[in-house]
Design a protein around this ligand. Sequence first.
Ligand code: PRP
Length: 179
Amino acid sequence: MSEKLEVLLTAQQLQARVYEIAKQIIEDYGQQSLVLIGVLKGSAYFLADLSRALPEEVRLDFVQISSYGAGKTSSGTVQLRKDHDIDIHGQHVIIVEDVVDTGLSLSYLKNLLATRKPASLRTAAMLVKPGAMKEEAIPDYVGFKIENDFVVGYGLDHAERYRNLPYIAILREDSDPKA
Ligand code: PRP
């Protein structure tokens, strides 16, 4: 089956938005130190760019979760596969995601990390899909709101491919009427 990539957000648009989000974060937190927790694997590129747009007082960590089920849709069950290492008690924490789809992952992580008593807990996602409304998981910092298309690039994959694209594209397959 052949696949077609239709550019949705260019590398320039993504980088410009990263700097706007970083500016907002700097305004919100001032000189306070931050812990950014990226959700593997998709957030890797956004986390790398966002952290480099912020002042030195930033520490990075990662979590990994799995939502059970194969293919392009999430099953609705979230499990923790890798926890963060930094003690976040009393720290200002931002969870960094590539995309919020149903919102289940972010809701799960917010609830989990809140039990560890950070000084504050916010969320950032480069992309938000319409389904996120269901779980009231709209991030505090949003790159772009997009439609319900299957997108790849800038960390987002299809069967582990396309993560390394510097842009975000809609992946269309032969069977897709819009392809
Ligand atoms: C993606 C994304 C979020 C989650 C969003 O991860 O990075 O973690 O799905 O979906 P939700 O809002 O419906 O919960 P994925 O499971 O594809 O793993 P990956 O980041 O390793 O690709």
